[in-house]
Design a binder for this molecule. Structure first.
Ligand code: PLP
Length: 478
């Protein structure tokens, strides 16, 4: 029997009640949070689309695996299981657990980057670039131009522009490039995939020059699904096979198990080279924990090992991305400007297009995320100028894309929740000219988007006196 629609390939065994809030409660909550959705109490949130990181629902198999976690300090049986799962599905020989993805990035950056080095990558990721810079390196974005264009329908917007990469190699020399950082899928471009063909080109260019390729595998399974759907000749292959091929084109990977691997915490660094792996094992003891637990409990490693296996199941990945596409298509049908094609883990609202009346230095995406929360209790995240931070001169970076990310946790919400989300965004869109910009009033030194605080702009141009008196968000709809 074949159906036109798909349904979630699981049923619910345990439920977690959601708290509904009133609009006055939410207005107070967002003010207390400095108009930054990261600073809201989760209890004040109805549908939490802040991130898909560590927010997945674990399966009954994962929970039961946790009970048999081996908490031995050294040589834990649970480490052996994790190592086995990574070797089997990702194909790397050396596996070093870390407390989460940035732990792996930290160790890799310290190990491979010397001050003055250059690291090309397909668009930056916040923690990845921060660790590259802390190690003295300079990041260079070599993604194709289409990735910076919210309207481009390119099927592999995560691809690396080979001519940009070649130009950088010619400019700084291969010896100053320790590795190319290849992300799959590209989070900051809207969850856009890189093709297998492009990864092969990168490998062919870099191998003779002795430049390594390091895969950011946080959402590589999701990337593999896009390759299966879109890349010529890949349609009949299993996601697990494609994942293996992707990894075969890299010398190592950093991983956040909080994404694809369906775990609430964890990560790893995986490598082929014996010497680099030895160096990484030496460093992990300093910063994370012994090389057979790397900051994780034995039970965490059990949950990740089972999660890896579940993550490559065809049914799982089809419905995981299918749910994201369902939400994205609903919004597109309503005329909401979103990044296309729809990405693997999130729908990205084009805040610059939605709120053209808010100048970039008043952070339209930050304002939209705050307004959506006040309107509906839905929590989203800014991915624009606030996330991009400041350049060496201390000036705001203004990336081409000014986005709000609606990130879908894996196996957590149902299609009915997606309907509510779509209706709420459409409501905001209908009253969009009432949303006003924000001023930054506190800014931390690193990764400012996590902790920065804002206030509605006081110097209002082109708004009514009443808007001025009441501030911005109090006026957003009723
Ligand atoms: C989440 C993420 C990381 C960092 O991983 P953490 O587990 O959050 O430390 C790195 N790269 C990408 C693409 C990510 O999405």
């Amino acid at each position: 029997m074949t159906h036109k629609s798909w349904a979630e390939p699981w049923r619910i065994k345990v439920v977690e009640p959601l708290r509904m809030t009133t609009r006055p409660e939410r207005e107070l909550a967002i003010e207390r949070a400095g108009y930054n959705t990261f600073l809201l109490d989760a209890d004040d949130v109805y549908i939490d689309l802040l991130t898909d990181s560590g927010t997945s629902a674990m399966s009954d198999r994962q929970w039961s695996a946790m009970m048999i976690g081996d908490e031995a300090y050294a040589g834990s049986r649970s480490f052996t299981k994790l190592q086995g799962a990574v070797r089997r599905y990702y194909g790397f020989e050396h596996v070093i657990p870390t407390h989460q993805g940035r732990g792996a990035e930290h160790i890799l950056s310290r190990l491979l980057i010397k001050p003055g080095d250059h690291i090309p990558g397909n668009m930056y990721f916040t923690t990845t670039r921060a660790h590259q810079e802390l190690a003295g390196g300079t990041f260079h974005d070599v993604i194709i131009d289409e990735a910076h264009d919210a309207d481009s329908e390119h099927e592999f917007k995560g691809n690396i522009d080979i001519s940009k990469l070649r130009a950088l190699i010619d400019e700084v020399g291969a010896s100053r490039i320790p590795y190319v950082a290849v992300a799959a899928t590209v989070n900051m471009a809207g969850g856009q995939p890189i093709s297998l063909a492009n990864m092969r080109e990168v490998r062919e260019l870099t191998r003779p020059l002795g430049i390594r390729v390091i895969l950011d595998g946080a959402r590589a399974v999701e990337n593999a699904w896009f390759i299966q759907q879109r890349e010529p000749g890949q349609g009949r292959r299993l996601v697990a096979e494609i994942l293996h091929d992707m990894c075969a084109l890299a010398d190592g990977m950093t991983m956040s198990a909080k994404k694809d691997s369906l775990a609430n915490i964890g990560g790893w660094l995986a490598l082929r080279d014996d010497d680099i792996a030895e160096g990484a094992r030496n460093l992990v003891v300093l910063y994370e924990g012994l090389h057979t637990y790397g900051g994780l409990a034995g039970r965490d490693m059990e949950a990740i090992a089972v999660g890896i296996e579940e993550s490559v199941s065809e049914d799982h990945i089809r419905s995981r991305i299918g749910q994201v596409i369902y939400l994205g298509e609903k919004l597109m049908d309503a005329g909401i400007p979103i990044v296309r094609p729809i990405g693997g883990h999130a729908v990205f609202l084009d805040a610059a297009a939605m709120l053209p009346h808010i100048p970039r230095d008043q952070f339209p995406a930050q304002a939209l995320a705050a307004a959506l929360y006040v309107e509906s209790g839905i929590r989203s995240m800014e991915r624009g100028a606030v996330s991009a931070g400041r350049d060496e001169k201390g000036e705001n970076r203004y990336p081409a894309l000014e986005l709000v990310r609606l990130t879908i946790p894996r196996r957590v919400y149902t299609q009915a929740h997606m309907d509510i989300v779509a209706e709420s965004v459409i409501e905001i869109f209908d009253i969009r000219e009432k949303v006003t910009g924000l001023d930054i009033v506190y800014e931390p030194a690193h990764l400012r988007f996590f902790q920065a605080r804002f206030e509605p702009v006081k110097r209002l141009v082109g708004t009514t006196p009443r808007a001025h008196a009441i501030g911005s968000l109090a006026l957003v709809g009723e």
